[in-house]
Design a protein around this ligand. Structure first.
Ligand SMILES: Cc1cc2nc3c(=O)[nH]c(=O)nc-3n(C[C@H](O)[C@H](O)[C@H](O)COP(=O)(O)OP(=O)(O)OC[C@H]3O[C@@H](n4cnc5c(N)ncnc54)[C@H](O)[C@@H]3O)c2cc1C
Length: 536
């Protein structure tokens, strides 16, 4: 029997409020309100609660825990993801995966863990005045979150979906390395994206949020933060609206929370959206700008043997071979990894319809998929996207794809096809509306060279949303200072992936954990007058 920390915690008196069940408006007070319970919100809540502060955590999505995770896509996507895992950019050319549940994206992410690359930090120091963002200064914080979240070199056997990257890479002399993952006692099931059913993934759901609750924090789920309460230049709290049980529509029920300080951690679409809704001063119009995605191009291969890409650690090997070929601000570099394969995600991401689509689905057991994460945000032709509000106040990201990015995608498709054929692929299929299939490298090379690359032709996806509330020294260029404090109002700290002034150039969760741990520890010390409690 696998334990459910929330059932046990509730029995011990944890303060869990499901706003979908509230019967009247509520007013409450805390020392600090944390908006969002994902990577940034989870770390912030634990640091603050352990430092002796009364914390209220506000999460728009539902509280779902171990027994709810049944390894079924049809259950997981509507319950645990923003817009049922079908969130799109304004022109619908990019599909965005983001979590919307307690634990945020960490509840559904694939556990790949990287420290922020040194060249990314160097770029931040030279371009955004983030002087103490060096590998040395951040080292103790990386080490702390690695201890806290069990981040370590994963020694399990990669599945064939990942192994194809290694065998193809080896044949071509391309370096492929092993991942580090935030798991303890992983059963190697391969269903991380649907919530871990065995409590192995060290998500915020399992680690920091329970720890904050144990210290007396209150967790409000199904509660959407709508607007900050601002008096003069001081943030005093937040007005929230309760959500219906399905989590999509708001109810006519309000919750008003007041506090000395608000930590904004609603993720890199949710956080800028809240600032926009709140109408905070933004004379340089920086809020929501420079939102990055690591836009992903995908290449599918049909292998002679059964791959079973749904089983085993989703991502266990990667290659940075194409990330460091050019200067960081040159032609866009890309990181290669494998994409976990489950039938709904596979079927909705792959192109085509009718018999052609059914034919692809029949080949699903033999399918292998590589992905290329493009490192956006370092070149002037890569300004990212802009978060905007719809008429009902919900956010949408406008992220125009352009020739600079398509050039990277074309090179990425070439690289992935080479690796897949070198690993023995029978055929390679670019994830593109043209519905092409190549059975030799020569065919693939010729096909990719002339492939029409434009929005809605190539199918582009992202699971890494970053930026939109960028940190920086210069208030004309950024939204918050290098510690995440808002430049123009007091009592507000941003603490999530929206802080990043560029993309990371590696899977971002560990960057969120470490940077937020440092910034919020400084905040806790400021609020209590004592050093913050370490979390590991
Ligand atoms: C499927 C998937 C796989 C991934 N795999 C990896 C991986 O292997 N490695 C890696 O490094 N990264 C991975 N990521 C990305 C990583 O999980 C995120 O970068 C990270 O969690 C971002 O942290 P965050 O705090 O900015 O936002 P999130 O973790 O997304 O948390 C934001 C939270 O705020 C809530 N929220 C939003 N608006 C409001 C509001 N108005 N009121 C209240 N709450 C609100 C959301 O519901 C959400 O729970 C993956 C992401 C996904 C979706």
């Amino acid at each position: 029997m696998i334990n459910d920390p929330y059932r046990e915690g509730a029995a011990r008196g944890w303060r869990l409020v499901d706003a979908a069940r509230l019967e009247r408006d509520v007013e409450a007070e805390a020392d600090v309100i944390v908006l969002g319970s994902g990577a940034g919100g989870g770390i912030a809540a634990e640091v603050l609660a352990k430092s002796g502060l009364r914390v209220a955590i506000v999460e728009e999505g539902p509280l779902r825990s171990t027994p709810d995770f049944r390894m079924r896509e049809a259950d997981a996507y509507p319950q645990l993801y923003q817009e049922s895992a079908a969130r799109k950019t304004a022109d619908k050319a990019i599909n965005i995966l983001q979590g919307r549940c307690v634990g945020g994206s960490t509840t559904v992410n694939w556990t790949s863990s990287f420290r922020t690359p040194p060249d990314t930090l160097a770029f931040w120091r030279s371009h955004f005045g983030l002087d103490d963002y060096s590998p040395e200064a951040l080292l103790p914080w990386f080490e702390m979150v690695e201890r806290r979240l069990g981040i370590h070199e994963w020694n399990g056997v990669p599945n064939l979906n990942n192994e194809t990257l290694r065998s193809g890479g080896q044949a071509l002399g391309i370096e492929v390395s092993g991942m580090r993952r935030n798991v303890r006692g992983c059963w190697n099931l391969g269903y991380c994206g649907m919530g871990c059913p065995t409590n192995a993934k060290q998500s915020m759901l399992l680690t920091t949020i329970p720890s904050a609750l144990e210290q007396g924090a209150t967790l409000y789920s199904h509660l959407r933060a709508e607007r900050l309460i601002v008096e003069g230049d001081q943030v005093r709290g937040v007005d929230c609206v309760a959500m219906e049980p399905a989590g999509v529509h708001p109810r006519a029920l309000r919750v008003r929370l007041r506090a000395r300080h608000v930590v904004l951690a609603a993720g890199a679409i949710g956080s800028p959206a809240l600032l926009l809704r709140s109408g905070l001063p933004d004379p340089a119009q920086r809020v929501g700008r420079r939102t990055f995605l690591h836009p992903v191009a995908l290449s599918a291969a049909v292998m002679p043997q059964v791959v079973a890409g749904h089983a085993g650690a989703p991502q266990s090997l990667y290659s940075d071979h194409y990330l460091h070929r050019d200067p960081i601000d040159g032609p866009v570099g890309f990181k290669l990894e494998s994409a976990p394969l489950h039938p709904v995600l596979f079927g909705t991401t792959l192109q085509g319809y009718g018999e052609a689509h059914a034919g692809l689905m029949r080949e699903f057991p033999h399918a292998q998929v590589l992905l290329a994460l493009l490192r956006d945000g370092f070149h002037e032709a890569s300004p990212g996207g802009t978060v905007q509000l719809r008429d009902d106040g919900t956010p949408v990201l406008d992220y125009p794809l352009n020739d600079y990015l398509f050039d990277g995608m074309r090179r990425a498709l070439q690289a992935m096809a080479e690796i897949q054929f070198a690993a023995g692929a029978r055929s390679v299929i670019p994830v593109h509306e043209a519905g092409l299939r190549w059975s030799s490298l020569a065919e693939a090379r010729a096909g990719i060279a002339t492939l029409l690359l434009q929005p809605l032709a190539l199918r582009v996806v992202s699971a890494h949303v970053m930026g939109g509330c960028a940190m920086g020294k210069d208030a004309a260029q950024s939204v918050v200072d290098p510690r995440g404090r808002h430049h123009r109002v007091r009592g507000l700290t941003v603490a999530d992936g929206s802080l990043f002034p560029t993309s990371i150039g590696a899977n971002p969760q560990e960057s969120v954990y470490a940077i937020v741990a440092r910034n919020v520890s400084a905040l806790a010390a400021e609020l209590t007058g004592r050093p913050a409690a370490p979390i590991a």
